[in-house]
Design a protein around this ligand. Structure first.
Ligand SMILES: C[S@@+](CC[C@H](N)C(=O)[O-])C[C@H]1O[C@@H](n2cnc3c(N)ncnc32)[C@H](O)[C@@H]1O
Length: 478
């Protein structure tokens, strides 16, 4: 009789090394970077994906792997508010007491269960396997238990269970259903000024992935050239816009690589076009973009200026961002200048310009589609931080334009504290400025609001929620 026959039999499953799933591993790594380092998903993900595509062997990513990893990261971050409410009802302690990496693995699993078509067993087992690799067997059991509870219902069922009823608290209801912080729901609703349908559509649109939009820079590329690209369709409003549907890669477009075209949201194009379309009395030769980095609007304005024999000065406070502006404008068909300067202490003389754009720093609440984590990072106090700078920059813009010239005050936020409140406050202190009705400057674009300013919306225009007020200098202040 051998020795081994007398040993007690081991119970349970034999140890199996956990299987690494490169797509989930990469998604987890990106979520950790967003959480731990306050990184931006749209900046963290591309280099991770590039590295994964360059690998050899089973860990090498193909296009479908990259698309799935992107969807997992963006979807998990966007839907975090809804998923947290679901997870909170499946664990027996407050979520803040769950370790952040554990919560990330669970959230990735919840997104697969409730936000994708991945079959239930694959969603649970891939998340548990990921947990075994990155958290260890003990915590993987916890992940497994939570996900099995979540798997008992679908998204609509969970929302019905965990969202406060509309009648009791509409804002809290919308916050959970559409995964936005409550204060952001309130602010967007105020800015929209409409009923239930509008806010629901807007919040839903914030959760959609935006299409990539290109701009054919006038005099350098044509829309027809871009329409020759695979998956390209004409933009809705801007004559220079081309949309790339799912799978379209801007980096594969020659005109983009050569700087003759760029990636630019159609709303951002419309802001530049409206300013360029505003009538000015007298000469129209000197244009200023006072907050130009990274240069999307400046590149379009410079190309339009060149067509009309005007010159653009593109100014940006941050030197490295001024460098990006210089890159965006390189090759412009007409003269232009790029400088690094603080717009609140401008180096140019007052009254030097015929047209001025001030696209001021803001909370970015109008671009939530693009930055999935931004809504969770922003705080109401951020508004107070931007308020004095926004007012100071608008005052500079008004001082910089000559009598008869025009200023465009723009934000990529629809928050009233960053839009109308700034314009109203600055106008109250001056007698030399009038508001111009901006709506006729964008002929054919519907639903621009009651004027005189313009508010674009993702759910109405398919653009970021850009705001624009056009002001004309009518005389000397005093
Ligand atoms: C909303 S972004 C402008 C986007 C740009 N117009 C575009 O379309 O690409 C605001 C810019 O203002 C810059 N900025 C912040 N404070 C400034 C200041 N005091 N003077 C000039 N620029 C400033 C920021 O660095 C940022 O690049």
């Amino acid at each position: 009789m051998s020795d081994t026959s007398r040993r007690p039999r081991k119970t349970g499953k034999p140890y199996r090394r956990p299987q690494k799933d490169p797509v989930r591993m990469l998604a987890f790594e990106a979520l950790r970077a967003v959480d731990e380092r306050d990184a931006y998903a749209n900046l963290v993900l591309p280099p991770l994906l590039r590295k994964a595509r360059e690998k050899e062997g089973p860990e090498k990513f193909d296009g479908r792997d990259a698309a799935l990893a992107t969807e997992l990261v963006y979807g998990t971050l966007r839907r975090q508010g809804t998923y947290d409410a679901v997870i909170a009802s499946c664990v027996d302690r407050p979520l803040r007491e769950v370790d952040p990496p554990v919560l990330d693995v669970i959230s990735l699993g919840v997104h697969q269960l409730l936000g994708t078509r991945i079959p239930t067993h694959a969603a649970v087992s891939s998340a548990v396997e990921l947990a075994r690799v990155v958290l260890g067997d003990g915590r993987a059991k916890f992940v497994n238990a939570v996900l099995r509870k979540v798997a008992q219902d679908d998204l609509d069922g969970w929302i019905a269970r965990v969202a406060p009823p509309w009648d009791e608290d509409p804002e809290d209801h919308l916050a959970v259903v559409h995964s936005h912080p409550r204060w952001v729901v309130s602010a967007l609703w105020d800015a929209l000024g409409g009923g239930r349908a509008g806010i629901e559509e807007l919040l839903a649109a914030d959760n959609e992935r935006p299409e990539v939009t290109l701009v054919a820079r006038p005099g350098r590329a044509t829309r027809e050239e871009l329409l020759g690209e695979e998956a390209a369709v004409a933009g809705r409003w801007s004559p220079y816009a081309v949309r790339l549907s799912e799978g379209g890669e801007p980096g594969a477009v020659d005109a983009v690589r050569e700087g003759r075209a760029g990636v630019q949201d159609e709303g951002s194009q419309l802001v530049a076009l409206a300013l360029a379309n505003a009538p000015v009395d007298g000469p129209d030769l000197a244009w200023l973009d006072g907050c130009a980095g990274p240069g999307g609007k400046a590149a379009l304005l410079a190309a339009l200026a060149a067509e009309r024999g005007a010159v653009l000065l593109a100014s940006e406070k941050q030197p490295h961002r001024a460098g990006l502006v210089a890159k965006a404008l390189n090759g412009n068909p007409g003269p232009y200048q790029v400088i690094a300067a603080d717009g609140t202490r401008p180096p140019w003389r007052p009254g030097s310009f015929d047209r001025v754009l001030m696209d001021v720093p803001c909370t970015g609440l109008g671009a939530l589609r693009r930055r999935p984590e931004a809504r969770w990072r922003r705080r109401p106090a951020d508004l107070d931080g931007f308020a004095p700078l926004q007012r100071a920059l608008l005052r500079t813009a008004l001082d910089s334009v000559r009598v008869g010239g025009v200023v465009g005050y723009a934000t990529c936020s629809p928050h009233l504290a960053e839009t109308r409140a700034v314009v109203d406050d600055v106008l109250k202190q001056r007698t030399d400025v009038e508001l111009v009705d901006a709506r006729p400057l964008l002929p054919g674009v519907p639903d621009l609001g009651d004027g005189p300013d313009i508010q674009l919306w993702p759910h109405l225009h398919g653009t970021d929620a850009m705001y624009l007020a056009i002001l004309r200098r009518t005389g000397q202040d005093g």
